[in-house]
Design a protein around this ligand. Structure first.
Ligand SMILES: [Zn+2]
Length: 404
């Protein structure tokens, strides 16, 4: 691997306020020196250290940022749900559709029925599209098999995909995504499976454990049982919390010093403060929020409480079929009331923390050299000019993997 110097930038966004201007740590006409796959130096180009033999890569006057981090994604599934998308446009709600056998359960049927090769290939395609739009780290959940065997199979397939993509995948076990039909008569048995044998099998395959705690999904007590067992077994914990109703899951994750509570359309002041206190990130999913026409999460409340806010695509076939983080930034600013700085931190530093890879999401000495070069010189332009891919190039661990 050759050493690398990225220069001719409009600015380098370090996402570290100690290294540059403002919350985004911007260094005007900055440069980055990459050695052996990690950032060795970042600063103004005029101060660039001697670096004999390094390949010089021009950013052609564009902005350079950390590789984007998707803090919440469900990339491995069979089939699609375009038909439900059409039904919702005719006025059916997400919960109506789920009650009629659609929703998560239709994807569970398609995923259980898919052969390994198909699941791996489709997931790989989704990740390639994410990479082309600047994503270099992605939190990837299981959750469409809903059995001990099936969920562990999805974790193994995710590991297979991870070996074949330049993206860094942080795998999450989401066995408790829904109660499968064959366990409807005995929820307690399924919860015990999620809190027992599933965790045993997931050792070494999953970084975190997630629970969907909401109306129509798992109760707060069920979430507590699963997440407490997960924490005891050494997993990081997180939850889908307050998408439709606030059952208290965000506070539970905070009390367990979890990585992140996600969705949060409904979250109390008290829980927001608990999250801030415990460093649990508030991960917002604007695509799903807007598509399901939910009341936006209380960004001002989360901001005032001092919460770190991240963004995720929620990439999934039901409520957010997208790989694009820049699109989430646009929605976060236009529909959720986030600022430019918050949107960028939401897909870099804060997202890296939410995903459980805190060393990513910044350009700082000894951070992984995951970088994106943009065709635009200023941070606001990326979310402002939405629906267009502004990525010029992507570097992962010091190697250029996308050039457009
Ligand atoms: Zn989700």
């Amino acid at each position: 691997m050759r050493d690398l110097i990225v220069l001719d930038t409009s600015a380098v966004m370090t996402c570290d306020p100690s290294l540059g201007e403002g919350r985004l740590g911007l260094i005007e006409r900055g440069a980055v020196y990459v050695r052996e796959g990690v950032v060795a130096w970042v600063g103004p180009e005029r101060d660039l250290p001697q670096a004999d033999g390094a390949v010089r890569l021009s950013a052609e006057g564009g902005l350079v940022t950390p590789g984007l981090v998707d803090a919440h994604a469900h990339p491995i599934f069979g089939g699609d749900r375009a038909a439900e998308f059409a039904l919702r446009a005719e006025g059916k709600t997400y919960l109506d559709i789920a009650r009629n056998g659609g929703g998560i359960m239709s994807t569970v049927r398609a995923t259980r029925g898919a052969i390994d090769e198909d699941l791996v290939e489709r997931t790989h395609e989704r990740l390639s599209r994410a990479l082309a739009q600047g994503t270099t780290t992605l939190e990837a959940k299981t959750g469409y098999a809903l059995s001990v065997y099936g969920e562990l199979r999805l974790l193994q397939l995710l590991a297979q995909v991870a070996r074949a993509t330049p993206l860094t995948i942080v795998p999450t076990l989401l066995g408790a995504h829904a109660v499968p039909a064959e366990r409807n008569g005995d929820r307690a048995l399924f919860v015990a499976e999620c809190a027992g044998p599933m965790l045993e099998g997931a050792r070494g395959l999953a970084h975190a454990v997630d629970v969907y705690c909401d109306e129509g999904a798992f109760t707060l007590e069920e979430a507590r049982t699963i997440l407490t067992a997960a924490k005891t077994s050494g997993f990081a914990v997180r939850a889908h919390a307050g998408q439709f109703r606030d059952l208290g899951a965000a506070g539970l994750v905070a009390e367990l010093d979890g990585l992140s509570a996600d969705h949060l359309e409904q979250v109390s002041d008290e829980q927001a403060h608990l999250m801030a206190q415990h460093g649990t990130v508030a991960t917002l999913l604007p695509g799903a929020c807007v598509q399901l026409r939910l009341t936006p999460p209380p960004v001002a409340r989360l901001r005032d409480a001092g919460c770190m806010m991240a963004l995720g695509t929620d990439m999934n076939p039901g409520s957010s079929m997208t790989e694009s983080l820049p699109l989430q930034m646009w929605l976060a600013m236009t529909h959720l009331g986030m600022t430019v700085d918050e949107a960028w931190l939401g897909v870099t530093r804060h997202a890296a923390r939410a995903a459980g890879r805190p060393e990513a999401g910044r350009i700082a000495p000894s951070a992984p050299a995951d970088l994106v070069g943009w065709r635009t010189p200023d941070p606001a332009h990326v979310p402002y000019h939405y629906g267009e891919n502004h990525v010029r190039g992507v570097i992962v661990a010091g190697t250029q993997v996308v050039s457009r």
